[in-house]
Design a protein around this ligand. Sequence first.
Ligand code: MTE
Length: 323
Amino acid sequence: MLIRKSGSTSIPSSEITPRSVYMDRRSFMAAGAAGVAALAAGRFAQVLRPESVHADTKLTTVSSPFSTQGLTPTSFYDITHYNNFYEFGTDKDDPARYAGSLRTRPWSISVEGLVKAKKKFDIDTLMKLQPLEDRVYRFRCVEAWSMVIPWIGYSLSEFIKQCDPLPSAKYVQFLSLDDPSQEPALNRVQLDWPYSEGLRMDEAMHPLTLLTFGLYGQVLPNQDGAPVRVVVPWKYGFKSAKSIVKVRFVQKQPSTTWNEMAPNEYGFYSNVNPNVDHPRWSQKVERVIGAPIWKQRQPTLMFNGYADQVASMYTGMDLRKYY
Ligand code: MTE
């Protein structure tokens, strides 16, 4: 994603070393060779025994009619070590390194805005609201890489029904945890916190939109947005807000983090679309993380391969204007 430095031009985070990362690296180096060796050993152990990360957090699931068939999931290691979670730093391995400080219990989601009555849902109640489904989805990041992720959750629509939104609610906004005592990069990374995302009501009610509690048979690892996030498989990954603490129903299109930061680069809709390039790179092709080298470059599919299910929501809309 892009970090805009005041008074200068926009620079993609993939092409620069932000000060935050530089500082993280300095402290990392200061830990010395022994620390590095220990870290390397720890990581090696994780590759060998990924299940040891959350040994006792298996979830009981049912299969889902909404799971995408015929896909080979990306490895657990890649899904948990190649992340974007800027509350913990801007490098892809920062979340795996630093998200251990996130406390996922007690946790609740407060519901406010255009609802019959404000409500608060405890995470453990929320996880029992519906049977948890296994849903394999394609996941496409705006930075032109992709994965296949075996998520666990249920349709967000089931949760929204419990929220009793008023008919005047046209959009729903998701707000992530914003606590510097748990999320060390909040004070260093220049974004308008808390991380905010939003969907039009029909998008939020679409059965493919997943309220997500786990992946690979277990609760979400912290770096993937524990204990609860949204996943919208036909949109670029940044629409899928992590570690959600607040859901707000509103009448007008809500302000969202990346759209506020660079509106010409990250639209509110952000449907995966190989025909509309990012201003600085093509969206026609994606790099499949962890795939064998001869399968790493794949053409990007319209709506990330979910056009049959979702295209009708955008009939008549100019997708170049509403990117
Ligand atoms: N949610 C929060 N709270 N903070 C973030 O930095 N990054 C977004 C999205 N949700 C982000 C977030 C981006 S840019 C992407 S691509 C996906 O999370 C990455 O999800 P993953 O790390 O599980 O692959």
